[in-house]
Design a protein around this ligand. Structure first.
Ligand SMILES: Cc1cc2nc3c(=O)[nH]c(=O)nc-3n(C[C@H](O)[C@H](O)[C@H](O)COP(=O)(O)O)c2cc1C
Length: 209
């Protein structure tokens, strides 16, 4: 039930105070985000956690979202441009290590996953990977609310500028969505005390028994 309170408390913050979030809270949000589910378990994205005022200002230059520069920290969710055999190989190696089994015993998993990804176009894999990235965004939003850290998910940013300034192209990544973190400026944020706008659970959900 506490989670429902947290989710009612959170909102897409429009204006931040200059209070910084602690390293502990940031690490909590990042650890929770890393625990996100992803299809095949591939985690085909990386997160950049930016706590550099100059860089945040540059990143926010072309955007109507002043939260980019104003936030305490900015998380950039960047997705891989392609899913490669190496990604699958890395997952199999990690699984073997974490589960204490041999890589050879996971050959079937490797072949199935590799066949799945290589049988699709790069574009299909990219769209698939972006969908996984949004699941991580959702986890980060929930974790932030649970830590009583304000957050704003944003698609309103100059992705080309982000990719350039963060050197994402060289890493075969592209920025997809961002999340600012910080503390609401209750006085200047017109959204701070407004009720949530959601359809009813009954309208959202069809229960079938
Ligand atoms: C993927 C995504 C992109 C969004 N982009 C922006 C944005 O660029 N700027 C902004 O102020 N809010 C943005 N929002 C926030 C939504 O407008 C907000 O979540 C929605 O109105 C529901 O309100 P609430 O989050 O305050 O409950 C975005 C939300 C999501 C999930």
């Amino acid at each position: 039930m506490d989670l429902i309170q947290d989710l009612n408390w959170r909102y897409a913050t429009k204006s931040y105070s200059n209070k910084k979030i602690s390293k502990e809270k940031l690490d909590f949000i990042l650890e929770a985000t890393n625990l996100s589910a992803s299809s095949v378990g591939l985690q085909p994205y990386r997160i950049f956690a930016i706590d550099n005022a100059g860089l945040k200002t540059k990143l926010g230059a072309n955007s109507f979202n002043k939260q980019i520069a104003q936030s305490s920290h900015l998380l950039v969710f960047a997705t891989y441009n392609k899913v490669t055999t190496q990604h699958v190989r890395d997952l199999v190696n990690l699984t073997a290590e974490k589960q204490g089994v041999t890589v050879e015993s996971l050959n079937e998993l490797f072949t199935a996953a590799n066949t799945y990804f290589t049988g699709r176009s790069d574009e299909e894999n990219k769209l698939w990977a972006e969908r996984q990235t949004y699941i991580a965004l959702g986890t980060a939003l929930i974790a932030a609310a649970n830590a009583k850290v304000d957050a704003t998910p944003m698609e309103g940013f100059d992705a080309q500028l982000f990719d350039e300034l963060l050197g994402l192209k060289e890493k075969d990544l592209h920025s997809v969505v961002i999340l600012s973190l910080g503390y609401r400026d209750e006085i200047n944020d017109y959204l701070a005390n407004l009720p949530k706008v959601r359809i009813s659970v009954g309208e959202m959900v069809t229960k079938i028994s």
